[in-house]
Ligand binder design. Sequence first.
Ligand SMILES: [Mg+2]
Length: 273
Amino acid sequence: MAGIVVVFDFDKTIIDVDSDNWVVDGLGATEEFERLLPTMPWNTVMDTMMGVLHARGKTLDDVAGVLRAAPIDPHVVAAIKACYALGCDLRILSDANRFFIETILDHHGLRGYFSEINTNPSRVDGADGRLRIAPYHDFHAGPHGCGLGICPPNMCKGQVLDRIRASAGADKRFIYLGDGRGDYCPSLRLSQDDFMMPRKGFPVWELICENPALLKAEVHPWSDGEEMEETLLRLVGRVLVEESKLLPLDCKLESMPGVAVQDGLPMPLRIKN
Ligand SMILES: [Mg+2]
């Protein structure tokens, strides 16, 4: 297995929309959502909105149906499958929630490619079938303690990334992909051997551009699924070559089982269905 851990944000990174907004808009509750947003943390709003939708007669199946229609770029799907086939350890780190993420991944047959989904927990209330969404960090018990001042109260992705690194093993190299303000804290915690892939023109990219010297990791921006796939596979290929240290890209990768080289990019021959 390659010594690469690829950490994906979910909303506007794996899927091309924000799943929270997608569900609220798709079930016709945008007005109520916007009314609540200034009054409580986003995570709490989403739990409240699930109650509002439930009271309006929307079932869990209605929520799942909207989630299954969320757009995902085929290049992103291809990138996930290629990284997996090349031996990368794929993880999700998202401020959405487990039900939304698993519903979408299951629909696209992608769940098995990820070794871990780090997100806000969700559960279905057995009595009435209402979805409950809880914070990743229980901020009612106390603050998560990140001093950056950007992370939402329910999730500091930087702290979660530190935990992932501790569990993955010391010699792993990380590639982190994200778009939002919450992805900035983990980008600051990446090392000089890691790679940050911010979505160009999105909040994390703008924060990085304010002072690029604060990041130790190399920064490789991307705009859309096609550019994400190309950039991610190029970086994975580069790390694989650096790991081998002996042979040039084409020789080494072509000698690896299950890998071919096309246009200088490593391409898996066997894709899991
Ligand atoms: Mg996002």
